[in-house]
Write a protein that binds this ligand. Structure first.
Ligand code: SF4
Ligand code: SF4
Length: 411
């Protein structure tokens, strides 16, 4: 009898250890985007010549603080820049930093008031304030995750390695703000929990480990795994968000993010990059020289967005910058689908991605209904293995936006 056997394609893994962190010097002029991640332009609440200080609200979005100044300084210019999500000509306010930094931490009546004043967003990209992020009626546990989402990114692991005990306190604070019955700090398999034992017992934060095989740390898959293990409904918050809330409660607004930089030099670098610095300044501080024809990609190499130029300001939510040397840039050939099925093999959610790609290529988006497109978790594995170099994730996103636009037209 002939027996057909499958094979296991090697999957990339995410980080389980932190890197030595380099704190980047803050530039004299900082640039803050006055726009949402979806490209909605915001009205500035400051004018040229205004003095600003930590917690000054630069812009609001839907009646809540959105762009928050982290420094003392003066508004010196309004300009535009590309954001990290591919939107061009987004409004930017430029602040010249006062030489007599730093200022005293601000006192708030409660941690919730501080977090609201700091405009902290869940995931840094969904547009929801932290206190709106979890419907407590459905989520009974909060998992603060120290897992890096993408291969090649070591930012959460580096934050944990640098501020272990404070990360436990941050998780406890996040759990109390959200109002859940159990708070869990999720570490990658291989991370040593021993140094956190005392703090986790003192602050009633449970420690769990999760696999580093990509894409198991992406929130939908992690939630599913934790709910099975804990036996209660669960929601996930990145460690960077909980840590920013913890710092805000101590009177300091978010002022820097942990960014992993990879590129021409062999080893990745963990940079503590000031919010408002440009991507070019971060790459330069990390020793990465960008040459003509190189590509700079944010987030993970499988899913990230290629930047238009290096003037993009650093925002909350940025975790990785990858310089892909010109010689390694793959031209997208977009050959016809050969029905090999490897995209289906690697997809963790069973999306009929090869068919969605065909419909999207010929602009028949309505045919993609019912092929599982809503289950897609944007992991990018399908496109990374396609031998025809078909831009499958981009087509999924195009199809989603076309379907959403059709729904709006139908209303
Ligand atoms: S990006 Fe591709 S592989 Fe990942 S969930 Fe979506 S369809 Fe599946
Ligand atoms: S991997 Fe590419 S060529 Fe193979 S079935 Fe999927 S879309 Fe088609």
């Amino acid at each position: 009898m002939i027996r057909l056997t499958g094979f296991h394609r090697p999957r990339p893994t995410t980080a389980c250890s932190g890197l030595t962190v380099t704190a980047m010097e803050r530039p004299d002029r900082l640039r803050f985007l006055l726009a949402t991640p979806t490209g909605q332009k915001l009205v500035p609440l400051v004018a040229k010549g205004d003095a600003v200080e930590p917690f000054t609200v630069l812009a609001r979005w839907e009646d809540r603080p959105y762009a928050i100044c982290p420094v003392k300084g003066t508004v010196t210019e309004f300009t535009t820049a590309c954001d990290a999500h591919g939107h061009q000509d987004m409004p930017v306010v430029v602040i010249t930093v006062d030489a007599d930094q730093p200022s005293e931490p601000r006192h708030f009546a409660s941690a919730r008031e501080a977090v609201d004043a700091a405009g902290i967003l869940i995931m840094g990209c969904t547009g929801l304030a932290m206190n709106q992020c979890l419907p407590t009626a459905t989520a009974k546990a909060l998992a603060v995750t120290a897992m890096d989402l993408y291969p090649g990114v070591h930012s959460a692991a580096s934050l944990l390695a640098r501020h272990g005990e404070a990360c436990v306190k941050a998780a406890a604070l996040a759990g109390s703000l959200v109002g859940v019955t159990r708070t869990v700090l999720v570490l990658p398999d291989g991370a040593d929990a021993a140094p956190l034992k005392e703090a986790s017992a003192a602050h009633k934060v449970e420690i769990h480990h999760a696999p580093v095989r990509y894409p198991l740390a992406l929130p939908p898959l992690l939630i599913k795994r934790l709910e099975e293990r804990l036996g209660i409904t669960c929601a996930v918050m990145p460690l960077s968000t909980a840590f920013a809330a913890y710092k805000a409660a101590q009177g300091t607004p978010p002022s820097a993010v942990m960014v992993t930089v990879t590129g021409h030099t062999a080893d990745p670098r963990a940079m503590l990059a000031p919010l408002g610095a440009t991507v070019g300044q971060v790459l330069s501080a990390a020793g990465q020289k960008v040459e003509e024809g190189d590509k700079v990609v944010t987030a993970g190499p499988l899913t990230g967005q290629a930047l238009c130029n290096l003037e993009t300001p650093v925002e909350a939510g940025l975790s990785g910058l990858h310089v892909i040397p010109r010689k390694d840039v793959v031209e997208t050939a977009c050959d016809p689908c050969i029905n090999c099925g490897v995209c289906l093999e690697v997809c963790p959610t069973g999306v009929q991605v090869h068919m969605i790609g065909r419909y999207a290529q010929y602009n028949i988006f309505d045919r993609a209904q019912g092929l599982g497109i809503k289950s897609c978790i944007d992991c990018g594995l399908c496109a990374s293995v396609c031998p025809s170099h078909r831009p499958l994730l981009q087509w999924i996103n195009l199809t989603r936006s076309q379907m959403a636009a059709a729904e709006v037209r139908a209303q």
